[in-house]
Design a protein around this ligand. Sequence first.
Ligand SMILES: Cc1cc2nc3c(=O)[nH]c(=O)nc-3n(C[C@H](O)[C@H](O)[C@H](O)COP(=O)(O)OP(=O)(O)OC[C@H]3O[C@@H](n4cnc5c(N)ncnc54)[C@H](O)[C@@H]3O)c2cc1C
Length: 431
Amino acid sequence: MVETRYDAVVIGAGFAGLSATALLAQQGRRVLLVEKSARLGGRAAYIERDGFVWQYGQHSHRLAGNGIAARVFDTLGEPIDFIDTRGNTAYLYLDGRIHPRPEGIAGFLGTSLLPFTARLDFLRFYRRLLKADPNAWYDRTLLDFYRERGGNAYVERFLGFVGFTVMVTDPARVSAGEVIQFLQRAVKAPVKQGEPRGGSKQIIVKLETAVRRYGGHIHAPERVEEILVERGTAVGVRTDHACYHAEKVVFAAPLPGLFKIVPSSLFQPSFVEYVTRIRPSRGVSIDFVFDKPVTDITGGILGVDIPLWVKFQSHIDATVAPPGKCVNTWAMLMDPEVPATAEQADVAEARIKGLMDELLPGSTGKIIRQRRLILPVVNANMLVTEQSYPHRPPIVCPEVNHLFFIGDTVQSEGCSGDIAFSSALRLAKLL
Ligand SMILES: Cc1cc2nc3c(=O)[nH]c(=O)nc-3n(C[C@H](O)[C@H](O)[C@H](O)COP(=O)(O)OP(=O)(O)OC[C@H]3O[C@@H](n4cnc5c(N)ncnc54)[C@H](O)[C@@H]3O)c2cc1C
């Protein structure tokens, strides 16, 4: 077996592991990143085939240049190249129709989505969210927050949409604190959603390039089979190829996978119980290919009371499809309480196609190819009250010295991929 010594070994090359490896290598650390798959990127990996860039679903970066992902790339000296989407109109789907998505106070005052008195009530609620202290609300739901000052059936229909901003559409489960902290950052940002040119390919290629430029090492495919722990201190990893000794070991994958490579007996029972109970969100995502555009919408569609999101990918970025072809991605969250099976995905697909034909009549008949992805894990940590910021495990493992956790299941700011990026930034400051 090969024996090599590093300052840090990072397990998993998703957003978190790639970012942390690049940031640590930039600081001059000798870092090794080990990824079990031949493809880098984890849940944001992509493949290029037949002239298409097929992404694993569709990835945007909240708040574009003002967001957390952008902070990583700015630190690495390789800013993300975002597409200028100003002028693209986004839509909301409600009651069988799409409506222009209201933006800001003026947008909500003028929207036809709500009766006038409900608009005023919604704006009062929105202002309260912007002024609230997230720390006081992590353990309570958005529905609790809204009902504290009365209720309005029209506005309550919208609460699922407000929760959708952090990818939990059940207002009786989503943590109000998570929604508050996101909206308070979002309100200050001029662009709410950043679309990287070339999709997640740009992100993964830039991170891999940064790792190599700063002298980091990547081994893929190579699976970590064991985190080596001696007298309560992590000292390296054993993989299916070799043993690597390291000063620090960083687990950069969803925490429920941790006990496959290190005994749970090393940790406090409360941590083990929390980790084994972590709930992800689930979904289905379908890329539909057409010979011609079936709509001129560029800004996407979001469901108000159904967890639907639609991206007309090649309309905003022609580089993801070969000339003469269009790709639209339709995705839907599935019930998080039941496993993501093919039968569940069939139901979601039928619903998606029904909606497609309702909104863009005749479009399903023009599909020339489709790729369906069943997504057992979209966000590895749903931002429900019991998995909100204060409850997530810290980056520094309290029980095993020199062991660290990053990725979208740990205690770091943001939601979805932003948790992964912010945890990598925090780790790089800590080490
Ligand atoms: C379809 C879809 C759409 C999404 N859209 C968005 C979006 O628009 N915006 C957003 O912010 N977020 C989005 N997300 C969420 C985002 O993709 C994730 O939050 C993010 O990718 C998580 O990154 P990570 O590094 O924490 O984990 P992962 O991407 O899961 O990476 C973990 C890596 O660890 C590797 N690994 C695990 N065990 C081992 C082992 N023993 N040895 C070696 N390697 C190992 C895995 O193979 C994997 O590559 C989306 C997710 C999906 C699925």
